[in-house]
Design a protein around this ligand. Structure first.
Ligand code: ZN
Length: 291
């Protein structure tokens, strides 16, 4: 009796083991960033970079489209055969609809950045919904497709908004891991240096196509990244190219030898998928009140 009960207990523990590991794996960083499993099967919905095996990166440009600077950028991107992602403001799209249409026609990804760039984390659900839907509808009316990506102004969303916005709009929320602070107008050379120095495979590079210095920085930036063998894709393409975090190959059983079975997956598997976003974006969000 005693023996069989003990056996049953051991069995239960063994059965529970993998479940616990999966649980840890699935909620590495801030749990609220995960949507309920009921909705999409997407593993996570907030990205500031993507794990890839090859040197793919995504250039993103916010706060446009601008009447003259965005077309200049489009010329440059076309000359290098590069696709980028534009997080546009509804009110700018309204002013420059042809620029948006050109960007879409030339293969760039168009994404939602709100209507008028407010701090959404301080707004009512109705206010947020209006900001997103107005922009979404205008984009759809101009290019025929709805955006699937959303970047909150200033990177600022509450945990609750990070849940309901993707659920209601079907968006992935896109932050960034490379921020040249180009909106402070540090000069084109500095913008280039900051981007080139901090970009790594899977990076999502933030900048703004409404600043002359940013546009002037782009030829050298792109050429230097090309020289480092980076390949440019849109954010959705980058996410599509994601490879699983290597839970086992880079394991370090050396250090954690005390817990032989459980610790390698727990320590290596999950953190890169979701924690860099938070770390990187938290730093940049507080430092730069201007995205
Ligand atoms: Zn912005």
């Amino acid at each position: 009796m005693l023996v069989s009960r003990r056996f049953a207990l051991i069995f239960l523990l063994l059965a529970a083991g993998p479940t616990i590991l999966v649980g840890e794996n699935s909620s590495p960083g801030p749990a609220p960033e995960r949507a309920r499993p009921a909705g999409t099967a997407v593993p996570h919905l907030v990205y500031s970079d993507v794990h890839v095996d090859e040197p793919y990166v995504a250039l993103t440009f916010d706060d446009g489209p601008h009447a003259t600077l965005t077309p200049k950028l489009l010329d440059l991107l076309a000359s290098r055969h590069i696709k980028a992602t534009f997080f546009v403001l509804g009110e700018c799209v309204e002013q420059n609809p042809q620029v948006l249409q050109r960007a879409a026609r030339e293969g760039h990804e168009i994404a939602n950045h709100s209507w008028s760039h407010p701090q959404l984390n301080r707004m009512s659900d109705e206010g947020v919904r209006s900001q997103l839907k107005r922009t979404d509808d205008l984009i759809k009316s101009l290019i025929g497709i709805r955006p699937t990506l959303f970047r909150p102004p200033y990177g600022a969303l509450t945990s609750r908004q990070k849940k309901w916005i993707p659920e209601e709009f079907g968006y992935k929320i896109i932050l960034w891991d490379v921020d040249p602070l180009d909106w402070k107008e540090p000069g084109p050379a500095t913008v280039t240096n900051r981007i080139v120095k901090n970009t790594r495979p899977g990076s999502i590079v933030l900048s703004h196509d409404i600043h002359r210095g940013t546009i002037e920085a782009m030829p050298a930036t792109i050429d230097q990244l090309l020289a480092k063998h980076y390949k440019f894709v849109t954010v959705s393409e980058l996410i599509g190219l994601a490879t699983p975090e290597p839970p086992k190959p880079p394991r370090k059983p050396v250090a954690s030898g005390t817990a032989p079975t459980a610790s390698p997956p727990a320590t290596t598997g999950m953190s890169p998928a979701a924690s860099p976003p938070t770390a990187a974006s938290a730093a940049t969000t507080t430092a730069t009140p201007n995205h």
